[in-house]
Design a protein around this ligand. Structure first.
Ligand SMILES: NC(=O)c1ccc[n+]([C@@H]2O[C@H](COP(=O)([O-])OP(=O)(O)OC[C@H]3O[C@@H](n4cnc5c(N)ncnc54)[C@H](OP(=O)(O)O)[C@@H]3O)[C@@H](O)[C@H]2O)c1
Length: 333
């Protein structure tokens, strides 16, 4: 009989709790630790907190206090690598593989080359691997492209359009896209870099890297979407002229030609939510997907990736290392 994979859930916000709840019902996983820094959560039964049965796993403030080793730590604490990096170091040093929804961890070499090298060194030294994944980044605008590339010979460019109605998502996401704020506040938060989706550029860099295209010529744009008239979104009334969400793009060019174009639209009441992936080349293909529920999909990707973690090479890895059959341009050329 195979032993269950021993898991720690780190960060018991809405994603961490849903991961916990899902894992509590899986026989092949044993949850051995729950970690969160929120003082109101420490000492509580993590199962109860997550809406599962009380399982005798108390929330502790750090890995050091978890008191037991394990296999895979699932880190759902934050989007920025700077904030998450110390936790990653602590986890690998304590012998855990790390799977995280931290968006910048999906391709940390883009903005945090030195921190990425340090994480890679620490993970290799500990013989453990570290991976950033989720629905976006982690699937919809990157891994899905790689999977589709398995059937396309010589991809010359990639376009992905993703439209999300944030009314159907968790509150943290509605706040990240500025639902209900004024145009002035949007402009201030955009200038401070505290609004919008973190991870779009990382998805673009993942795709470019998969096809051996340079990532140096990368452009990003971010614009608000305003309400034309009063509208109700997730129980809140948003007045005309207020922000409903964002339109964000990331484009990577090579010799002035677009190679990767990712367009992400996320706002309250967005019509026709979908994901459309187009792979250009001599025999282009387009796939349109409807029905991905972003939060549920994140939980599912995380859960489905747990068994893969123990098979990956040590170090800092990406979904490029996990993806199933896909085009490998480096080998074709
Ligand atoms: N890749 C993807 O597709 C994807 C999808 C969904 C979510 N995400 C990301 O996943 C993360 C979690 O999402 P969420 O909505 O659940 O966030 P959340 O509600 O903010 O929950 C994060 C939790 O982690 C705790 N925390 C913060 N720093 C910690 C640390 N050093 N050690 C232990 N716990 C810590 C927080 O405590 P305090 O509240 O006290 O800080 C909070 O309880 C976010 O960054 C989100 O953007 C990614």
């Amino acid at each position: 009989v195979t032993q269950p994979i021993r898991v720690a859930v780190v960060g018991l916000g809405s994603i961490g709790r849903a991961v916990y709840r899902t894992l509590a019902a899986r026989q092949w996983v044993q949850i051995v630790a729950a970690v969160d820094v929120d003082p109101t959560l420490i000492g509580r039964d993590a199962g109860e907190l997550a809406g599962a049965d009380a399982g005798g796993v108390p929330v502790v403030a750090s890995f050091g206090e978890a008191g037991t080793g394990g296999d895979v730590a699932i880190v759902c604490t934050g989007s920025r690598l700077e904030a998450v990096a110390p936790l990653l170091g602590e986890a690998v040093a304590a012998g855990w593989h790390v799977l995280s929804t931290c968006e910048e961890l999906a391709f940390p070499w883009l903005r945090h080359r030195e921190a990425a090298a340090a994480i890679d060194d620490a993970a290799r030294a500990a013989g453990r691997c570290v991976l950033g994944t989720g629905v976006n980044p982690g699937f919809a605008m990157d891994a899905a492209v790689l999977h589709l590339s398995a059937v396309v010979d010589r991809v010359t460019a990639v376009e992905v359009e993703r439209v999300v109605d944030v009314a159907t998502r968790r509150e943290a996401l509605r706040s990240k896209v500025g639902l209900g704020i004024s145009a002035t506040e949007f402009a201030q938060r955009a200038a401070a870099g505290s609004i919008g989706h973190v991870g779009l550029a990382e998805s673009a860099a993942l795709v470019a890297t998969a096809f051996s295209w340079p990532t140096v010529d990368l452009d990003e744009s971010l614009e608000p979407v305003f309400a034309d008239a009063e509208i109700e979104v997730a129980g809140r009334r948003i007045g005309p002229g207020a922000v409903l969400g964002i339109r964000q793009t990331a484009t990577i060019r090579e010799d002035g030609e677009p190679r990767v174009v990712l367009r992400l639209t996320m706002y309250g009441g967005a019509a026709d939510p979908h994901d459309t992936v187009t792979l250009h080349g001599p025999s282009p293909i387009t796939q349109r997907i409807t029905g991905i529920d972003g939060d549920a999909a994140t939980i599912t990707v995380v859960v489905n990736t747990i068994p893969v973690m123990v098979t990956l090479p040590p170090g800092l890895v990406t979904v490029l290392d996990v993806a199933a059959v896909r085009a490998r341009h480096g080998l074709i050329e």
